[in-house]
Design a protein around this ligand. Structure first.
Ligand code: AMP
Length: 291
């Protein structure tokens, strides 16, 4: 497995690869969720390239950039175990040289709300780095996780609108046995916080039961029920909403037959740790879990 820390090294390794390539972009501290993306990538292409880059442009000044977990040796060992062809681990200086003026890419209809409202500038940073990585690696397929649902929608639109010649594959969320979505940030949680954090998954399951089993069609009733579950687990709610699964717009009425399913999205804080999760509910086709 090669490891490229500069753009020149990456280009040299990329030129030597024949056959199709799948890219798995990550910020490192790899867990089983990331590794599932790698395993899916292997089914989609001849070679898998993983990028590991804690992208400063997607963090606001008050966020956890400096504390974000890093585990280079562990990450490389996990990539080797999962037969990754190469890892791109650039420095900040490689990705954002001082003499380059930043370019902004945006899909405002999708980035203004939810995470975009809570984290101004976040998606512009995500889109800029994702577009750079796609240009640098030139993959046939890029694998993203459903865990970051709005991100997957936004990247999907960028690829469609800018006619990028890459196929997006969105992989299902990998969870701990008690339902908590795996996340690099889970390691910030102390044991009591970790226990309460399952409230997010329980709230999503509550939404699913209300809509799929009880036929509840008022999104506000479902949203209130989700909020109650999250708050009962001692978390500070940022949002708990039911949205159109593709446009992410609010709905007057939950009509899965019109929208092909809806998405429940939750963001909540447990102490200083911000946790995100989502669930597609009442999908048209069972197993259809992609944005
Ligand atoms: P991150 O390193 O957090 O930026 O995540 C890199 C990629 O892994 C993103 O596409 C995430 O959506 C995805 N990912 C993160 N956690 C999970 C998970 N629990 N299951 C599946 N994919 C995930």
């Amino acid at each position: 497995m090669w490891v490229a820390s500069t753009i020149d090294q990456l280009r040299e390794h990329r030129r030597a690869l024949t056959g199709s390539v799948a890219l798995v972009p990550t910020m490192g501290a790899l867990h089983d969720g990331h590794l599932m993306l790698v395993d899916i990538a292997k089914q989609q292409a001849d070679h898998v390239i993983v990028s590991i880059f804690v992208n400063p442009t997607q963090f606001a000044p008050n966020e956890d950039l400096a504390q974000y977990p890093r585990d280079t040796e562990g990450d490389l060992a996990r990539c080797r175990q999962h037969a990754v062809a190469g890892v791109f681990m650039p420095s900040v200086q490689q990705m954002y040289p001082d003499d380059v003026q930043p370019c902004t890419v945006d899909v405002p209809s999708l980035t203004d709300g939810l995470e975009g409202a809570s984290r101004p500038g976040h998606f512009q940073g995500v889109l800029r780095v994702v577009l750079k990585l796609l240009n640098l690696v030139g993959p046939d397929v890029a694998i993203f996780g459903q865990k970051d649902y709005q991100q997957a929608c936004v990247v999907h639109q960028m690829i469609a609108d800018l006619n990028l010649s890459v196929q997006l594959h969105v992989a299902p969320t990998v969870r701990e046995p008690d339902g908590l979505a795996m996340s690099s940030r889970n390691r910030y949680l102390d044991p009591p916080q970790r226990e309460h954090a399952t409230g997010i998954y329980k709230a999503l399951c509550t939404a699913r039961t209300l809509i799929e089993d009880d036929g509840e069609s008022d999104p506000q009733v479902v949203e209130r029920a989700m909020a109650q579950v999250v708050q009962a687990h001692h978390m500070q709610l940022d949002y708990a909403v039911i949205r159109h699964r593709r446009t992410l717009t609010p709905l007057d009425c939950v009509e899965p037959e019109l929208t092909g399913g809806v998405v429940a999205l939750i963001a909540a804080r447990m102490g200083h740790t911000r946790l995100l999760d989502n669930m597609i509910i009442a999908a048209e086709q069972p197993g259809s879990q992609q944005p």
